[in-house]
Design a protein around this ligand. Sequence first.
Ligand code: HXC
Length: 518
Amino acid sequence: MDLSGKSYKAFLERREALKKQYSPEQAEKQHRKGKLTAHERISLFFDPGTFEEIDTFVTPADHPVEFGKVERTYGDGVIVGYGKVNGRLVFAYAQDFTVMGGSLGVVHARKISKIQEMALKMGSPIVGMMDSGGARIQEGVASLSSYASIFHNIIQSSGIIPQISVIMGPAAGGAVYSPALTDFVFMVNHTSYMFVTGPNVVKEVLNEDVTFDDLGGAGIHARKSGVAHMIYDDEENTILALKKFLSYLPSNNVENPPLVPDDGSAQDVCEKLRDIVPDDPNKAYDVKDIIQLVADRNSFFETAELFAPNLVTGFARLKGRTVGIVANQPKVLAGVLDIDSSVKGARFIRFCDAFNIPIITFEDVPGFLPGADQEHNGIIRHGAKMLFAYSEATVPKITVILRKAYGGAFIVMNSKNLGGDFSFAWPTAEIAVMGPDGAVAILYRKKLAETKNPAELKKELTKKYRDKVANPFIADELGYIDEVIDPAVTRKKVLSALNALGNKWVKVPERKHGNIPL
Ligand code: HXC
């Protein structure tokens, strides 16, 4: 090639123009807001030297002259490409707020669609880093339709490749549905926000004053709406956590999650497990202490930690193999199942099932949360999601009943007749139709009303019920669980069950899809 020729010169000039486009002043603008630039995000995310950018030199589409001259920026406000993360192929896009507010025009969207399609074809995860004012106003309906293509691609890839969104600035209007359709959403505290209508519209329509953060900041979405699964205080920590998170997941639905060398420090027989559940059935404890001792040391990565904390979900490893953990948390609302925890659990279970991740359930649940609020808001409909998700999942499913397993909640939490593969119970387990107080009140209502000292009789009957009914041994004798085990051997039992389930194969009836109650 003639290096002094016209075409090579043009090639170099374009590269020079691109360099100038990303000025230090623009970067400074992002930094002042506590944000990184799109390039900085990409280079933090990918293993050094592995990122390959594509469509670098595309330019924006035309728009009507009334909106001014089209800025012929290279790249149209989004960086797209692929590279290695923890040594594995990952596709990503990062919106560049310094170019027309990262707004999504037709060309910008075409770039995203292109790598979405590539990621699906190659069977690799895709990560979207969002920092955008939404649909590009100047491009009108064309930019709206471009969003539709992106949504359609996400839906087509759902359950085939992991799709993760990281919100690192605004996500406003219908644009929020792009992250909402993906599997997991990461947000950054105080610099990212998501809402369908912003504070100005809220003021106009409802005359309510609300800040960006209070309307759609990371804290609100992590605690209240459940839209965000993981939040961190800055972008560096968000990206580092994301890289760790990806290490638990397979690249696609036909692969298994990567096997990580186990340092062997977790004890297969651990006597400490005998001392966590208090003797008093009304006393709380932290189920995460049990998860930490059963899983490989420091391997537990909790998801949606702040949303519905009465149910704990997350990924962990057992001898280096990824498992999904679902656990009632007696420390919060006594571990009861309510609307939010049912939805959280169901979605997590379905993700595990789609991506070949066995599910380990730790059960200590007094039942569904009673009350008009829950009933009126649809605990029947939402609780059904958990049932549906557990039952339809074909991955290995193992339950350890730690303490309470009452009523419908016993059935929901992966009971054997719902399709659970192995069900173990600790001697502290209480398996019955309802808790002792409720049962005695119903069964002995007349007797209690007639007696002179109802409190004493109630105490006596409750003790009798607990001894005779609310224990694991009846279920054991009837075969509704597989074994009552010493808590110390929980990890050993779960590992051996997992090994036994290595070749589990389930034939699913042919149908277009089931109809999970939404
Ligand atoms: C074109 C946009 C833009 C947009 C921002 N910009 N949003 N350009 N289309 N949607 C441009 C601004 O004109 C500005 O250009 C630059 O980006 C930075 O924006 P600022 O407003 O100066 O930044 P900031 O003060 O940080 O405010 C950020 C913002 C605000 C809150 C996101 O820009 C904003 O409210 N934008 C509109 C949000 C919105 O309503 N989008 C449409 C959503 S509806 P200059 O040249 O001055 O630097 C939607 C439909 C999707 O997305 C449909 C899917 C179904």
